[in-house]
Design a binder for this molecule. Sequence first.
Ligand SMILES: [Zn+2]
Length: 311
Amino acid sequence: MTRLAAVSVDLDSLPHYLRIQGLPESTLDERALSLVAEKAIPRLLELFANARMPATFFVIGSDVGLPGMKRALSDAHAAGVELASHTFSHDYEISRWPRADIDADLRRCEAALGELGVEVRGFRAPGYTLTPALLQAVAARGYEYDSSTFPATPYYLAKAGVMGALAALQRPSRAILDSPRVLLAPRTPYRPSLENPYSRGASDLIELPMSVAPITHVPFIGTFATAMPWPLVELTFRSLRRDAFFNFELHAIDVLDQTDGIPEVLVRQQRDLRVPVREKLDRLGRLFGWLGDDRERVTVLDAARRLRAML
Ligand SMILES: [Zn+2]
């Protein structure tokens, strides 16, 4: 069968980054709040059009009300980009909420996207953290896929380290650390167990993990592709060549840089914001070209539908 590749973008607005860092959101002005809608999305749509790359946006329902966002999402939808759910609240603790509250959050995100004429078919959890309650809620709503599993060992260890350091600074992060079970999850598509999302089971919904390299489990995601030495990016990409599905995840912030008006406090934390946006777009364009060389490029939803029969 033809191997597939998908590109998805988590559209997290800047306030969500400040929350991870335990920083106040009051440092963000109107311009900073509209950066994803006014700068990142138009850049992404142009990049996708030039590279003829289908794409999926994971949208936070509560961000739909930010300045310019409805229009940017309508443009994306009109351009054929799949719009899927990244929850309404993007609360990192949603996976630990009572089921009724999770259901209400998912419904609110569906309603926000429904106003744009979009029917939600897929989901990605905030902070990539699944629990049985969260995956059961997603499955019960009839979604066709989830794409949250991220068995990235270096990422996991770094996150544990940063959260520990922030706690020591009395600036606790609002992120939560996933169960280490995720490190043993399959790194290729699988049907999850609804009792045990990181294990194989028999659910109707299928799980599409984000790409991490074999053996090292280095995450092949936006910050890696845009900010790491290019020969390492190429080498890691080649190590993923045999996978039937390449699931490349990036964030809207990956196509922004410090000259766009991002608060200095965030630039200090996210060093990839120092890489000029031209360089990042150029790298992403090259990568999308490679994907087209020996794979069929599809949205995440199309990948789920094609892979379903084999899982
Ligand atoms: Zn997110």
